[in-house]
Ligand binder design. Structure first.
Ligand SMILES: [Zn+2]
Length: 187
């Protein structure tokens, strides 16, 4: 096979792949990062170690260059580019203390330690959000697999996905990248 033929074959493969991608469906849009468009949201922050009452506040929006400067490279790749960490790599898997798992991008409390469980998957797993309003759900049909993506309600950072094979009381398994979270022990 000569070079032009190889190039033609590669182009054909790329076209077929693009077509398949269109049929299967793409990932949801990247996390919102336009600082000119800042919606008002109603969420709960931490106060004295507990969830404070819901309060209206501006969402967190920064352009990609600012996020890149503010976050470690691996955290940026997950929160802002929907990457996935390798399983069994998160220090949070072994975290047993009482406290809160907050967004690594903006500090919003997302999960309570009481709702964490060992799913055996290698990613920190929770049965429910600290408050459903703290987490946004988006349909994700990439890779030929229908899933629900989870994002932080304040900074729109990518957290992971939710599946319906979790334990009681919700039956949900929130499968979260440990790098998308910081742990705040109870005071
Ligand atoms: Zn956030």
């Amino acid at each position: 096979m000569n070079l032009p033929r190889i190039a033609f074959a590669l182009a054909a493969v790329a076209l077929v792949a693009a077509g398949l991608h269109a049929v299967i469906g793409a990932e949801p849009a990247p996390p919102a990062s336009d600082p000119a468009v800042v919606p008002t949201i109603t969420v709960r922050e931490l106060k004295d170690g507990n969830l404070a009452p819901a309060r209206a506040m501006p969402a967190v929006r920064k352009d990609a260059a600012t996020w890149k400067k503010d976050l470690p490279a691996r955290v940026f790749a997950i929160l802002r580019q929907q990457d996935t960490e390798r399983p069994f790599t998160s220090a949070l898997l072994k975290e047993q203390r009482l406290g809160w798992f907050v967004c690594a991008g903006c500090g919003l409390p997302l999960y309570a330690s009481a709702d964490k469980f060992d799913s055996g998957t290698g990613w920190p797993s929770f049965t429910r959000a600290a408050d459903p309003a703290q987490i946004v759900r988006l349909s994700d049909q990439s890779h030929g697999w229908k899933r629900v993506e989870l994002r932080c309600a304040r900074c729109d950072g990518h957290l992971g996905h939710v599946f319906d094979d979790g334990p009681a009381p919700t039956g949900e398994r929130h499968c979260i990248n440990g790098l998308a979270l910081d742990f705040k022990p109870a005071p």
